[in-house]
Design a binder for this molecule. Sequence first.
Ligand SMILES: Cc1ncc(C[n+]2csc(CCOP(=O)(O)OP(=O)(O)O)c2C)c(N)n1
Ligand SMILES: [Mg+2]
Length: 802
Amino acid sequence: MTRDPRLPFLAELAEKVLWLSTWTIHNANHLRDSGDGLKVGGHQASSASLATIMTALYFAVLRPEDRVAVKPHASPIFHAIQYLLGHQTRENLENFRGFKGAQSYPSRTKDVDDVDFSTGSVGLGVAQTLFASLVQDYVRAHGWGGDRPEGRMIALAGDAEMDEGNIFEALLEGWKQGLRNCWWIIDYNRQSLDAVIREGLYARFEALFRAFGWEVVILKHGSLLQKAFAEPGGEALREWIDSAPNQLYSALTYQGGAAWRKRLLDDLGDQGPVTRLIEKRSDEELSKLMTNLGGHDLPGLLHAFESIDHDRPVVFIAYTIKGVGLPLAGHKDNHAGLLTPAQMQTYQASTQVRPGREWDRFEGLSLPADALERFLAEVPFNRQGRRRLDAPPLAFDGAFPLPKQPAMSTQQGFGLILNELARSDQPIAERIVTTSPDVTVSTNLGPWVNRRKLFAREEMKDLFKSERIPSTYAWDFSPKGQHIELGIAEMNLFLLLSALGLSHSLFGARLLPIGTLYDPFIARGLDGLNYACYQDARFILAATPSGVTLAPEGGAHQSIGTPLIGMAQDGLAAFEPAFVDELSVILRWALDHLQKNGGSRPGPDDQEKSWLREETGGSVYLRLSTRTIDQLQREVTPALTEEIIDGAYWLRRPGPNAQVVVAYAGAVAPEAIEAVGLIAEDRRDVGLMAVTSADRLNAGWTAAQRARERGLVHAKSHIERLLAEVPSHCGLVTVLDGHPAALAWLGSVMGHRTRSLGVEHFGQTGTIQDLYRHFGIDAQGIIAAAEMIAPGRPIRHLKALP
Ligand SMILES: Cc1ncc(C[n+]2csc(CCOP(=O)(O)OP(=O)(O)O)c2C)c(N)n1
Ligand SMILES: [Mg+2]
């Protein structure tokens, strides 16, 4: 058999990667200790676990088109590999875990070294690769793949990470969607954070993945072990290994060669050939043999990865040892363990890295530097240099759809606008891709789907249609379809939106993803939403229905806290329009905002858009409603358009002697309008403020204050300009169908006395009027609040409240 010429290089690089990652952590912790005494967990052991696998992948197996989610705590290994390839700086590694240094968990947005998928919250990165693979298929089926070859979407997962439920939700969805080109490599070190994991878990994984149509490759014994098994007595050794409990294996690994010898001889010692097999090896050789598991064996790994000759999904269960090659190998407490300075010295000596040369890329290696350099320069993964792609933004031309029905809900308006977009021949409409977790019809995406069809790699006609059974919806699947129908699991929606929303960067094809779900169920996928935003994926989330406004559906379907989620979620601009003309303006803006790609820092000037970080763009959350309300007959002027996007406008401007102003958001608009009409009979100059985005309004206010503190004395936010017109003695009543805190802050802008109405407790079934009354967000509730906050004569229209 000819020896693979890459092996000597890979073997040296694997050692180097382990050294660099261990040193990076040690060095960073050393800095912390001498500074503020803060001790941080290092993940030296977790990283070591994957050193060989990642060496095999990055320096041999991966291609430029492949995309990888690296187990969060293997970040030091990833950074070390990128350092060797010239994509990470020594400065960043020296500042690992420090401010603006290499990140403790790989981050697309914070790291400089081409992270494909951020990871950190375990489980999400794993499932992300599955959805990225579906997106790759979508892009290619639509003919936007260019001449780039298909990539494999690869996750490096911890074995305990596999406990996360979102992984199983994704598996099921992947099976439904005909998943391809997806590899998951499980780092089966049989340890979690706290403990050694259950015996026989691999068998559960195996059965599970096979059930979903995955190929399962188990990498248990390395080539040294396999050779030993072929020696006389080898079979007995194999049997001993295969029946050894995880705890025992870990403990012996930690203790080393002498302990292995004692235990093996105790258990197998009087069995002839196997005794010789053990005895002829030194302690060091024995330890090396017994820790030669599949995940640490380069030839075996290369063979396993490179012999996959199909595009079906594959899971590799790679046996590894947590902390392999380091003195803390196998110890069950090693998760946050760090090498002591003395251990580090011994380890350093063993690597032949001279003090002061710790960062030298090839220090201590036996192959000549120029040969190593040549090898690295030819690594296939690195062939095209930086792999992050981009795609030019697409603009909407002409008049944006604006439904004209006299009475509509925002949800209905949303469906009508999408239907109009579906009918249009705008290039931008081609790039819209919708998705929904089994609530496509009930969130009004039906007409869009009728026209633009569902996506599948193969044509599939709606049987009801071909059988001529009347149905409102034609459920035709096609490779050119523009809707991806998901099962109910909301987490999958967010992870798919995340993958769709990174398509320009991952696959060089711009997509404009729009996902719909019921507002209360955002909470079900909230970590996925946060994850998507953290890695700067771009999408529109239409959440509808929302609030207690979906009254007869009852408390389990009513959302209370989502307006606060909208405000607090970074990377997500939240809107809650009341009228469909507002929604039209917002949607048009959103399609643009998704595609913005400006710098992440505020510009040097005092332009409002700059300190509001408008150039950076982001995702958009629309909180919509099923409540039909009378639409305003008005012209949406450019000035009004701007105010809608900035977050608020005067529906009724307060006079100079205003005693009370009502500020409302969303579906309670009719109540606010009615209340203001009635209050106005007994209070002077009443104002009515329509809030379209508490989030952007608040962000603008905060940004203006920060800008002024930085010396931009003229910085003034939209809400400050609006409230500047309101006399200081005037009271403010805020109201929304959601938690009152979302608007309560309005009182702090200029110091107006404020009473904030909203929903704080679980609702129940009833009519909208019942529930608005119950929570005090009806016209009477608003009037009562106005009377208290703006003293004067009794407001005649205030009825005695029950
Ligand atoms: C959602 C989430 N919960 C908890 C954690 C904290 N955490 C980080 S690593 C880890 C254990 C990981 O074990 P495993 O996946 O087996 O990786 P190993 O360290 O063994 O390589 C835990 C609980 C996290 N990062 N994310
Ligand atoms: Mg583990």
